[in-house]
Design a protein around this ligand. Structure first.
Ligand SMILES: Cc1cc2nc3c(=O)[nH]c(=O)nc-3n(C[C@H](O)[C@H](O)[C@H](O)COP(=O)(O)O)c2cc1C
Length: 441
């Protein structure tokens, strides 16, 4: 059974990407107008409901899922439903209950700007094509036929060996725009990058050799999934072999935002360097970036490192001083919530990139590709912080112009995403884990 065909593309006003390819002109315009500054957020504006496919058969998955493929009675780990439950729960499932000032909320292994979760996860396996419903931990079956060949056909750089599994990550275009306006489209690219980062971390740790693809025919994949191109677009496809047991110590369930703020206490330099090293490794994407995503550190309370902005040298891993005396507080507009968080944080990491370097080769799509890459690095930072016992939180509310001034790297290099780190205050906000790390192998 294939789903209803996608409607002809007619993006909503202010949407990115534009309907026609402009070689980067439309993306450049969008960024200047909407992408650089987080607008005043309407706190009363909600986020839209997650996607579901009316009429598709729903297969409930057992919860808690079985994390050990060996215990699944010899069934093919890439066949659904049961064995895929673990994979999906760890990518985007509801894995904890968080209590915050506004009440209890469903916590996930991945962060999302404003908790809007615009990303949706689809799977193509030998058993068919399905969409994951995180809130009920179930699959919607879109097709019982093996659609992997069609997925691979749409990729610009198909893998040399036919993959066992393809994870398709889409974004709902309206998910966060009521609250963030058109800036929401950039946030969506970062968010789907975060999901891509989690899927890569999980599949890498399960020995499945994943590659994330950002270059593909979105029309072909949208048609395959039955998407209305005005409402939902494919952002990434991750191809992989059959996942095996997870390597221990992945911290895939431990990451969460340090909501209680940070103790103004120092972090030792080796912990900072370890977090950076984990985040800075090569990202298995289907394209090489024309200019690298450099990492910068703005240190305030790091034992053994001067206060100020430092660039991480990609070759040596060493921190090169760039702008003395700057602190994370300087990254945020005065009087906003970021200023206090920045004041308390021990250090900030800035993920930076160069939009102009990629437009000639990739066109408008490069804008989304670069933000997707930054999201992958952002998720790696969060996972690395969890592994090293640090509190962390991603931030898109930095004053980009102020941050870029600290980089002292010319007009083209800009801050894509920031993350704050430190020791989370007290024992953090109350949390109830629905899945336990001890269930992971
Ligand atoms: C791309 C991105 C940008 C974010 N920006 C901010 C921000 O500016 N301020 C903030 O407090 N939290 C920010 N967050 C964190 C989210 O609010 C948080 O991930 C979400 O509420 C879910 O909570 P959790 O991370 O504890 O699972 C951001 C998250 C992402 C993925």
């Amino acid at each position: 059974m294939t789903r209803t065909p996608a409607a002809s593309p007619a993006p909503p006003p202010g949407a990115y990407p534009s309907a026609v390819e402009t070689g980067g002109a439309a993306a450049r315009r969008f960024h200047l107008r909407h992408g650089r500054v987080l607008p005043a957020i309407d706190p009363a504006a909600g986020t839209t409901a997650p996607k579901h496919h009316p009429g598709a058969p729903v297969l409930p998955l057992p919860f808690p899922p079985d994390f050990a493929p060996a215990r699944t009675g010899g069934r093919h780990p890439a066949a659904f439903p049961e064995p895929l439950g673990a994979l999906l729960a760890l990518i985007n499932g509801v894995t904890r209950i968080d209590w915050t000032g506004t009440g209890a909320s469903a916590g996930r292994p991945v962060p999302s700007g404003g908790g809007a979760y615009p990303g949706e996860v689809y799977l193509a396996t030998p058993s068919g094509l399905c969409h994951y419903l995180p809130s009920v931990h179930a699959l919607e079956v879109l097709s019982r036929a093996d659609q992997r060949t069609s997925v691979i056909h749409a990729l610009k750089q198909p893998p040399s060996d036919a993959p066992e599994l393809a994870v398709l990550i889409t974004s709902r275009l309206d998910a966060n725009v009521a609250r963030y306006g058109p800036f929401g489209h950039r946030l969506q690219a970062l968010d789907t990058g975060v999901l891509t980062g989690q899927a890569l971390a999980l599949l890498e740790s399960a020995g499945a050799g994943p590659t994330a693809h950002a270059c593909f025919s979105g029309e072909e994949l949208g048609r395959l999934l039955g998407l209305d191109a005005r409402a939902e677009l494919v952002h990434a496809v991750i191809t992989a072999r059959t996942p095996h047991a997870l390597a221990p110590g992945t911290a895939l369930l431990r990451r969460r935002t340090a909501r209680a703020g940070f103790e103004p206490a120092p972090v030792p330099l080796p912990a900072l360097l370890a977090v950076l090293a984990e985040a800075a490794g090569p990202v298995p994407l289907d394209h090489a970036p024309p200019a690298p995503c450099e990492l910068y550190v703005v240190a305030h309370r790091v034992t053994g490192l001067d206060t100020g902005c430092h660039r991480r040298d990609r070759r040596t891993g060493r921190l090169v001083p760039v702008t003395p005396d700057a602190t994370p507080r300087d990254l945020f507009p005065p009087g906003g919530p970021g200023e206090l968080a920045g004041f308390e944080a021990a250090f900030a990491v800035l993920v930076t990139g160069d939009y102009e370097s990629g437009y000639p080769r990739f066109g408008d799509r490069w804008y989304r590709m670069l933000n997707l890459r930054a999201g992958v690095v952002g998720q790696r930072l969060g996972l690395a912080a969890a592994r090293h016992g640090l509190g962390a939180g991603l931030r898109c509310d930095v004053d980009t112009a102020a941050a870029d001034e600290l980089l002292d790297a010319g007009p083209e290099r800009t801050t894509l995403l920031a993350a704050l780190f430190g020791h989370e205050r007290g024992s953090g906000t109350p949390v109830c884990h629905l899945l336990s790390e001890k269930d992971l192998p």
